[in-house]
Design a binder for this molecule. Structure first.
Ligand SMILES: Nc1nc2c(ncn2[C@@H]2O[C@H](COP(=O)(O)OP(=O)(O)OP(=O)(O)O)[C@@H](O)[C@H]2O)c(=O)[nH]1
Length: 192
């Protein structure tokens, strides 16, 4: 059971259909790879994650795949601390979808930026050069313009899967009022 000092965090995983959202989450929570494809309606998983000496009780919401016409479900914006936006490195269309979903969240939340990790999934497919449709450089560039983190993963080979959620917690904490208050201005002292 989570300790009382554990921080509760809600993370939503969004992106086009079949990019590997569920596989990423299942690999993170259950440590195995799902080879078959079952379209998700919605699943919430829980896991306690220790990061930088703090325990985070994370609810991870694996959503149904979105397309250009999907309306952002308010459940995926209200009460959400951080976002994992997934594309497949083998699908340019899914990369374009990340920008669309990002803008929908920004519009819904009425903020300039959100705690977010952009994830290039299925990195194992890069071994066949014909499969890669999104270059790391352009994805990194997109992440920079959105003040988001970026990482490529392979749920199949369990590469960078845990890192996604660590980066997401880092993006959340960076913006949390408490952690900003924890950073004293240079030259100033804190009275305890
Ligand atoms: N090669 C490879 N295939 C993957 C990887 N991750 C997922 N897949 C495959 O891609 C297909 C879709 O994966 P899902 O995880 O179900 O995709 P999803 O984004 O959750 O799909 P929706 O529920 O429709 O939104 C499945 O056949 C997976 O086995 C990966 O890292 N590498």
């Amino acid at each position: 059971m989570a300790a009382s000092s554990t921080k509760k965090r809600k993370i939503a995983v969004l992106g086009s259909r079949s990019v590997g959202k569920s596989s990423l989450v299942v690999q993170f929570i259950e440590n195995h790879f799902v080879d078959s494809y079952y379209p998700t309606i919605e699943n919430t998983f829980s896991k306690v994650v220790a990061y930088k000496g703090v325990e985070y009780d994370c609810d991870i919401i694996d959503t149904a795949g979105q397309d250009e016409y999907s309306i952002l479900n308010s459940k995926h914006a209200i009460g959400i601390h951080g976002y994992v936006l997934v594309y497949s490195i083998a699908s340019r269309r899914s990369f374009d979808m990340v920008k669309i979903v990002y803008d929908k969240i920004i519009d819904f939340c009425g903020k300039n930026e959100i705690p977010c990790v952009i994830v290039g999934a299925k990195s194992d497919l890069q071994s066949s050069s014909a499969s890669r449709q999104v270059q790391p450089g352009e994805a990194e560039e997109l992440a920079k313009t959105k003040q988001a983190a970026w990482v490529e993963t392979s749920a199949k080979n369990n590469v960078n899967v845990g890192k996604v959620f660590e980066l997401c917690l880092a993006e959340i904490e960076k913006r949390s009022p408490r952690s900003q208050a924890d950073q004293p201005e240079p030259g100033k002292c804190i009275i305890m």
